[in-house]
Design a protein around this ligand. Structure first.
Ligand SMILES: Nc1ncnc2c1ncn2[C@@H]1O[C@H](COP(=O)(O)OP(=O)(O)O)[C@@H](O)[C@H]1O
Ligand SMILES: [Mg+2]
Length: 433
């Protein structure tokens, strides 16, 4: 008799039981599997259809799956960008009763791409710089909540477009450790060191495969994470001392952090016994300054830079309408229904899987700027939209989740290794994107 399956999940989806757990993941048929680009991994990871959404399934040991499941739960609770955990499936056996590895199930992160699938032919230094900057922000946020990653790399990160930049999400928490009391300097430096080594290796790998723009230096790119991390960490945590009559410095510090996308939850302010000097140091900082403001005003939940971009447009709208003292929330609602939504709705249905609405909006604004620059006059929005849809959007590939199993709707060809099911490591997307 076969043993019982043992499923751990916070919200049990009955669809989980319908997946072919008694078959090794490598042998799941294309009826269950969804073909999407993915990064290089140690374990076998494949995407499957679960009740109309896409999930990633990783085969590993029960202990490792459980550990990663718990860590992902904690990171979500601490509001750090990471993939959403779905379940751990253990106690799997095949038809003859032999044990199969446990599986960690996570939700596929919509509109996210592994770094190798983010560029078409070669990685250009500016794109590499933006990837590394996004990863530095993620690492700072992880360290800020006391998470030591242990395996920082581009492959263990997913990227979403964020108004011309990228937002990074942690995908592989297997080696992580959560230290509620915070990390020591040594632990942070260790992670940073690992990040530097791994990124240099990953970029050199691209170079070896002819996928790095000529003249670009892998180590310089990897150095970028260290400098980016250090300057952000310093901005968030450094103690600043100034004369007591320079108290505007406190406001300035808050504004500087806001501009970087952080809110101060708690700041320590100390004065010298004679009261002539003041020193300040942020104690609790939370990422998502612009995200929260936009969410509060409009209900839109988008990435940080997208939020910044949308808020700028909202502020412009407010200034244009000359109603600066009117209720901010009312104006935001008006902007949402008169500016944002019409643009998003104007995107033909068949093109909606290409980019997220907030990213489309950002690109339309960029396009308006380019068209107006080129003509020397401001171009009406309707014309900008047509131009953008036909000249830009139509030519992009889809970046939303490609829903299976109908392979004919796929935009990416099935890599041969994936099709034959033996792609445990290193699918090279060189020919695919
Ligand atoms: N929830 C997910 N959403 C999107 N992609 C995922 C998800 N989980 C895994 N992947 C993809 O699978 C790859 C390997 O996953 P990872 O957890 O790093 O495996 P390993 O522990 O074997 O290194 C990742 O680089 C990523 O591209
Ligand atoms: Mg990994």
């Amino acid at each position: 008799m076969t043993e019982a399956l043992n499923i751990t999940a916070s919200a049990v989806d009955p669809g989980l039981l319908a997946l072919p757990w008694s078959t090794p993941l490598a042998e799941w048929s294309s009826r269950d599997i969804v073909y999407l680009p993915k990064g290089i991994s140690r374990h076998l990871v494949r995407f499957a259809n679960l009740s109309g959404r896409v999930v990633a399934i990783k085969e590993t040991t029960h202990e490792m799956a459980r550990r990663e499941y718990d860590l992902l739960g904690n990171l979500t609770r601490l509001d750090v960008p990471c993939v959403e955990r779905v379940a751990v499936v253990a106690g799997r056996t095949d038809a003859s009763g032999d044990p199969l590895p446990a599986a960690l199930v996570t939700a596929h992160l919509k509109f996210s791409l592994p770094y190798r699938a983010l560029f078409t032919q070669v990685l250009r230094p500016d794109t590499a710089g933006r990837l590394v900057d996004a990863l530095a922000v993620l690492l700072v946020r992880l360290h800020n909540v006391g998470f030591f990653w242990g395996d920082v790399s581009l492959s263990n990160t997913l990227f979403r477009r964020d108004a011309g930049a990228f937002a990074a999400y942690l995908v592989d928490a297997e080696t992580g450790e959560l230290h509620e009391g915070g990390l020591t300097r040594g632990q942070r430096e260790h992670d940073l060191d690992l990040a530097h080594t791994n990124i240099a290796g990953e970029i050199l790998d691209l170079q070896a495969g002819g996928r790095l723009e000529g003249g670009t230096d892998a180590v310089t790119i990897a150095d970028g994470i260290v400098s980016s991390y250090r300057s952000l960490w310093a901005a968030l945590t450094d103690r600043e001392t100034f004369a007591a009559n320079e108290s505007w410095r406190i406001t300035e510090r808050v504004q500087r952090l806001n501009a970087l996308g952080f809110d101060i939850g708690e700041m320590s302010i100390q004065t010298t016994p004679d009261g002539t000097r003041v020193s300040i140091q942020p104690k609790v900082v939370d990422a998502g300054h612009h995200q929260r403001r936009l969410l509060r005003l409009t209900g839109l939940d988008v990435e940080e830079n997208q939020a910044r971009r949308l808020l700028n447009d909202l502020d412009e709208y407010r200034a244009r309408s000359g109603r600066l003292d009117e209720d901010e929330e009312m104006l935001a609602h008006e902007w949402l229904t008169r500016v944002f939504e019409p643009i998003v709705r104007a995107i033909p249905f068949e093109l909606r899987a290409k980019l997220e609405p907030a990213e489309v909006f950002h690109q339309v604004l960029e396009h308006r700027w380019y068209m107006s620059q080129a003509r020397g006059v401001s171009v009406p929005l309707a014309e900008v939209l047509t131009g953008y849809i036909d000249d830009v959007l139509r030519h992009r590939r889809d970046e939303a989740t490609i829903m299976g199993p109908a392979t004919e709707t796929m935009t990416l060809p099935i890599p041969l290794a994936e099709a034959s099911g033996d792609d445990a490591t290193g699918v090279d997307w060189r020919d695919l994107v």
